[in-house]
Design a protein around this ligand. Structure first.
Ligand code: MN
Length: 346
């Protein structure tokens, strides 16, 4: 935990802009007229924490609304039966009283990550306050409560509700549970703690059925994405004694299936389920004839070195590099050798 952040703890020291948890709760109680927004391409936790916080504020009889820059993807819309997820992308208008509104930026502390909102929303509110669980920047742009030990922003919103003694309605409870499931990879990522399970337990007590959330999140693939998955997996080859998996996605596959490039998210992870595979390579044609190479490792080898050699970057287990000047055949030849060189020789 960095010194400038607020913490879950009421006597924690703070600096100029860092709020502690009690100060955050007091702030919400003593202000009114809120506009909630999150980062671009709002993910499960962005949507879940926004819908949860909207309900918390309305339970306190506050005026509150959500207005993001980007529309949220279809699979999250079922968590918003009242249609509260407004966005500039959907053509929703700026509120007339924007200058009187307190803007709550949730699930990011970086104004740059709010796309158009940084130009048309954030400068014009009465005040901006951040609620987030990511590692904070060295200088916060405004008042902020950041708990980077929290598994999800949705977990923080649950803690606010609990502190206020609220029992959330089913819509808000489902949204928060979904945000937690999304950001913890179904309760397995390292920041999953007893506090995460405590939140989940209470949300289930408030009526959430975990199976229903799981189905909405993970069993709602569009037919176009399913067809793309079939095409990409048909390209899969195993090399180097079944230690390397390579998959290719071309522009033609997107055209033929009606899918979009984002639909291939996570395809690179499937081959890692194979017991022998140590490195998964995904070659994506980003524009006609132009490829990008993504690499995933189970952790035994470091794929970031390979990516750096070719002008890219990343981490030990997830890296990538652009390769605009190579044909697919040249790229495959290059990877055949360079991935092989990563393995320890006996
Ligand atoms: Mn999050």
């Amino acid at each position: 935990m960095s010194a400038i952040t607020g913490k879950l703890g009421e006597e924690e020291p703070i600096t100029d802009t860092g709020l502690n948890f009690q100060q955050l709760v007091t702030y919400l109680q003593t202000h009114d007229n809120f506009l909630l927004l999150s980062h671009s391409d709002p993910d499960g936790d962005a949507v879940g924490s926004e819908l949860g916080l909207l309900s918390v504020l309305r339970s306190l009889d506050k005026k509150a609304m959500i207005l993001n820059a980007d529309a949220c993807s279809l699979k999250f819309r079922s968590f918003d039966p009242e249609g509260d997820l407004h966005s500039l992308e959907d053509g929703d208008p700026l509120p007339q009283d924007l200058g009187q509104k307190t803007l709550i930026l949730i699930d990011t502390s970086d104004f740059q990550h709010t796309r158009r909102a940084k130009d048309v929303l954030l400068p014009y509110g009465r005040e901006v306050i951040i609620i987030d669980h990511h590692t904070p920047p060295t200088q916060l742009p405004c008042l902020a409560y950041i708990d980077d030990t929290a598994a999800a922003s949705s977990q923080i919103v649950f803690q606010i509700a609990e502190k206020l003694g609220l029992t959330l309605d089913l819509t808000a409870s489902k949204a928060l549970f979904m945000g937690i499931v999304y950001d913890t990879g179904s309760f397995i990522y390292p920041k999953t703690t007893p506090a995460t399970f405590h939140a989940a337990k209470k949300l289930v007590e408030w009526g959430v059925r975990p199976k229903e959330i799981h189905s909405a999140l993970f069993e709602t693939i569009d037919p176009s994405r399913m067809r793309l998955l079939a095409r990409v997996q048909a390209s899969l080859i195993l090399l180097h004694g079944d230690r390397t998996a390579i998959q290719v996605m071309t522009q033609a596959m997107l055209t033929e299936t009606g899918a979009i490039a984002e639909d291939a998210e996570n395809f690179i992870n499937y081959p890692l389920k194979c017991s022998t595979v140590l490195v998964s390579v995904f070659l994506k044609e980003t524009k006609p004839g132009c490829y990008r190479c993504s690499l995933r490792s189970k952790g035994t080898v470091d794929v970031s070195t390979l990516a750096q050699t070719h002008g890219g970057g990343g981490h030990k287990t997830a890296a990538g590099f652009p390769c605009p000047d190579l044909s697919l055949a040249e790229l495959e030849t290059l990877l055949l050798q360079s991935v092989f060189d990563l393995y320890p020789k006996d």
